[in-house]
Design a protein around this ligand. Sequence first.
Ligand SMILES: Cc1cc2nc3c(=O)[nH]c(=O)nc-3n(C[C@H](O)[C@H](O)[C@H](O)COP(=O)(O)OP(=O)(O)OC[C@H]3O[C@@H](n4cnc5c(N)ncnc54)[C@H](O)[C@@H]3O)c2cc1C
Length: 442
Amino acid sequence: MPGAEHRSRPSSVLTTIVLGCVAILAFWWFGTPTSAGATPGTALVSAGELAGLLASFLVCAQVLLVARVPWFERAVGFDKLTSWHRSLGTTVVLLVVTHVLLMVVGGMFVDQATPWGEAMIMLRSYPEMLSALAGTAVFVVVGMSSARLMRRYLSHEWWFAVHLTIYLGIYLTFGHQVFGGRHLVGNPVAQTLWLTMYAGTGLAILWWRIGIPVLDNLRMGLRVETVVPEATGTVSVWLRGKGVDRLAARGGQFFLLRFMTAGHLATAHPYSVSIVPTDERLRFTIGALGDHSTAMRHIRPGTRVFVEGPFGRFTAGRSRSNRALLIAGGAGIGPVRALAEELVGAGRDVVVLHRGHSADRLALSREFPEAETLHYIPLTGRRRELGYDPLGPTSLGRLVPDIARRDVFICGPEGMTETVVASARALRVPRTAIHHEELSLS
Ligand SMILES: Cc1cc2nc3c(=O)[nH]c(=O)nc-3n(C[C@H](O)[C@H](O)[C@H](O)COP(=O)(O)OP(=O)(O)OC[C@H]3O[C@@H](n4cnc5c(N)ncnc54)[C@H](O)[C@@H]3O)c2cc1C
């Protein structure tokens, strides 16, 4: 329980990626003839080759980050992995574009050709170049579809469908590396290692992202048992299946849920468990925020559900002390409810602050019975009506005078989280004792 997850090291994953880049740099350096720096053209081509090699390695790393590899999940956590995946994606697309530009411009100098002429020379002289060109186009399209500006116009479903084509892009660009790349052609050891890197990445995806979830779901046969209204705009969806406890989900963790019914098949949405799962049941408490979450109230009992998870590090294992302050707003009450259950069960002293505009919006409020080790405090009212922010430092310090000695867990809208983090810091809560879960991966 407290302290259990302190051994997790996001830096170990980052270090592995950096070491991989250093190895690629060494591989490029020792595989490049000294004459490569003799003219601007050959130097540009060599730099282009380095960009290409790094792009290939980083695209495997990027895909592995979201392959649900348990070691990554434990060390880093789903949300950070998703954010690193996104940042690496930008780097990969930039490297791919740089690779193409440098190869063409460098080749123009070497061959004394126009850009178009050089492009034609490259397409004719090297194997697998047409498919590499198509693969590059896929990379660029996927990169553009993930840009913040485009995301505003694309639904999550469309963005995800475009995003999936990156696997095609990776496949299409693989051949020209192994059969046309100067550093790999004629070097069977390097070719084998390159193939192993790609095959290992593919197998990791097949096993952890597809194989394990499919086997788990076949075993459990999860179905919607019932949908219970909890408060204005919020319902709880209960799922029932066999051996659910074998997933070892903990309070504060979430699953990706795919409801196997028309209109829901295309996407899996993240929702947190709102009770500590039993051997047969999972419960998710869902606030109506958009199309999918609003449709949850109409989901029929008996509907098959495919779950992936559990994910997330918003768990009791993060706490460092025996006292915790849990602050929930909106849909954040689900994970906070389950986390409170686990912490109280372990004999911790827990205070829950539940923020909402009005009492009818405080879902699950009846599930916090007053006890010696559990204090539930509803905080209702809009800030402009109250004339102050109940989560500002003054009010927070008054409500929880020993806050500096507590771990603070926050789950709710982004603005609320920012306010609480600032208040907690002002009240001398150490940064390491503040834990928050974002309810958005975008
Ligand atoms: C770790 C985590 C735990 C969550 N737990 C809960 C919970 O317990 N209860 C609850 O009510 N809500 C929870 N959410 C939020 C919930 O996932 C979104 O409200 C829901 O996916 C929105 O989908 P929509 O179609 O209703 O709304 P939209 O209007 O389509 O989307 C609203 C927001 O959700 C994002 N989103 C949409 N679809 C997905 C998806 N498939 N995967 C990731 N993000 C998506 C969008 O990018 C946008 O930021 C959680 C989110 C995360 C990341």
